[in-house]
Design a binder for this molecule. Structure first.
Ligand code: AKG
Length: 193
């Protein structure tokens, strides 16, 4: 299993609101997406400290127009993660974390993001840690293998913070999961109005 909870009761709260599909993206699709994104990302400099200081060692972009090949991957993400009629943000968020980069615990803004976060993970595996907002002892580590899709909704999105661990902390059941440069491509729905 790719989920390691601090205690079994955490699983009950999380399992219905957490989705993980390993190998959602093929190696060829990963290459296509990265080849398309690289020129855009390369123009930017890695930054430290996001608006709320949550992300370190990153650069990012929001993308509306994609090549047909990449569009078909994103369409698959949208079909898998969101109900058919749900209003989604047209822009896709691309986050490029350098090898030393990491994301500190946060809950996504309810003002700007809807109920579901769907991300594909390119170039590196990583560990996403989820910690209960109400009880920090309740937590779970989620192994995000390179080329997976993950989906956070419900409790996993609202009741738990999420973070991406830095390489030094990147252990899953005692095994080091090497953190390399990682690009995540994230689709969201619109906040309820
Ligand atoms: C967020 O957008 O809220 C994230 O934490 C991004 C997570 C990721 O890079 O997969």
């Amino acid at each position: 299993t790719l989920l390691s909870p601090s205690c079994p009761s955490v699983l009950g709260g999380l399992s219905s609101s957490l989705g993980l599909c390993p190998d959602f993206v093929t190696p060829a699709e990963e290459e296509t997406l990265c080849r398309e994104l690289e020129p855009v990302l390369r123009r930017k400099r890695y930054e430290s400290g996001h608006w709320d200081d949550a992300i370190h060692g990153f650069r990012e972009t929001e993308r509306l127009h994609w090549s047909p090949e990449s569009s078909s991957v994103l369409q698959r993400v949208r079909e898998k993660a969101f109900p058919p009629m749900e209003a989604q943000l047209s822009h896709v968020h691309v986050l490029d974390l350098r090898k030393e980069g990491y994301i500190k615990p946060h809950v996504d803004s309810i003002k700007f993001c809807g109920s579901t976060i769907a991300g594909i993970c390119l170039l590196s595996s990583s560990i996403m840690r989820l910690v209960s907002v109400d009880n920090p002892e309740e937590r779970a580590d989620l192994l995000l293998p390179r080329r997976c899709l993950y989906v956070l909704s419900g409790a996993a999105r609202y009741k738990f913070t999420h973070e991406i661990l830095r390489d030094e902390e990147s252990y899953f059941n005692g095994i080091h999961i090497k953190r390399d440069r990682r690009i995540s491509v994230i689709c969201r729905n619109t906040p309820a109005s």
